[in-house]
Ligand binder design. Structure first.
Ligand code: NAP
Length: 311
């Protein structure tokens, strides 16, 4: 069965991933867009979600690709209008907002899917399997990229609610919470804020693991050149590296899972396939663990001042 779907917020991720994924999807048909400025050639376009919902009662599914701090109002509107909803990561600007959406979707009998695209990177499932029976002693996350290259001119990431370096960092935390065999919690955070910005440009995190491993993370948004999206894992029976944002798993120096395996599905095709499954089951998926760690980092984090940031 093919579901008609509309995308809200035609920007970078909608163009890079959602539109091409939907064009090839066996489960969905892109029927309309809602965006103040953006549009997709050949697709019915509205400048607000409200107009779209009024004009197109035949579209049962909405996918929100706007920045997180403006997403809640549209999410609520879509659910109130009886539409199933898929959310880009992070699912909102605050945990309370998302809990409200979870309750509303449940009350209305609608599917709500809070996506974490990095969990569908090629080697994440293999890393989870490998770790499941290991005596883990240490895990260090190094998530470093050049914000000017990956988010050119996106001022919302520097505004309160835009998460700063946690915008990519939450991808690392979504992978960590997917592969780690136990629940962890944050014990220390140090956040570096540029003197002219409201969100951090770098962060260091320590977590408590009831199993006794030392879990640490380092996020940096000013690394030029090749990005580092890596996890270094040490266990009593060998070491592993989950690298390239979850695309490669190397165990004791030998690659066990890489990004070129023929059976692999891309991150966004996997997200839409999962949304179709949830619709078929009539259920929701809203794991907030990655966002909870980010919220804890903002609550617990020691603030450090960093040089001003200009594009
Ligand atoms: P973006 O291009 O800056 O924004 C997406 C679109 O949302 C914009 O083109 C704009 O469309 C609309 N928008 C922007 N600011 C708005 C505002 N203040 N009020 C209302 N609408 C606004 O952002 P993006 O990079 O696509 O990211 C969107 C979401 O996807 C974020 O949560 C991000 O974390 C997530 N994501 C991004 C990437 C990536 O590589 N960029 C990867 C994975 C996930 P109109 O002007 O036409 O309304």
């Amino acid at each position: 069965m093919t579901h008609r779907i509309a995308i809200v917020g035609i920007g970078k991720i909608a163009r890079d991933q959602h539109v091409p994924t939907l064009a090839a999807s066996p489960d969905f048909e892109l029927a309309a867009t809602a965006s103040r400025n953006g549009r997709v050639d050949g697709i019915d376009a509205y400048t607000s979600l409200n107009d779209l919902l009024e004009a197109r009662p035949d579209i049962p599914c909405i996918s929100l690709c706007t920045p997180p701090h403006v997403r809640y109002a549209d999410a609520r509107l879509a659910l109130e209008a009886g539409r199933h909803l898929m959310l880009e990561k992070p699912p909102g600007a605050t945990l309370s907002e998302v809990h409200d959406l979870i309750d509303l979707a449940a009350a209305k009998g609608l599917t709500l899917y809070a996506t974490w695209h990095s969990r569908h990177a090629p080697a994440v499932a293999a890393a989870r399997e490998w770790l499941a029976d290991k005596d883990i002693t240490r895990l260090h996350i190094s998530w470093k990229e050049d914000v000017r290259h990956w988010h050119p001119g996106q001022d919302w990431i520097w505004q309160a609610g835009g998460l700063g370096v946690f915008d990519p960092g939450i991808n690392a935390l979504s992978v960590l919470t997917a592969i780690y065999p136990r629940a962890l919690h944050l014990t220390r955070a140090e956040l570096a804020f540029p003197e002219n910005r409201d969100t951090p440009v770098a962060a260091e995190l320590d977590f408590f693991d009831p199993g006794g491993a030392a879990i640490t993370a380092e996020f940096d948004w000013l690394k030029q050149g090749r990005p580092e999206w890596d996890m270094h894992i040490e266990t009593a029976s060998g070491a592993a590296r989950l690298s390239e944002g979850g695309a490669r798993l190397t165990v004791d120096g030998a690659e066990t899972q890489g990004p070129d395996a023929p059976e692999l599905v891309g991150e966004y095709p996997a997200l839409y396939a999962r949304f179709a499954e949830l619709l078929a089951e009539g259920t929701s998926e809203t794991d907030l663990a990655p966002m909870r760690h980010v919220a804890d980092a903002f609550i617990l984090g020691r603030r450090r001042s960093a040089p001003r940031f200009d594009w």
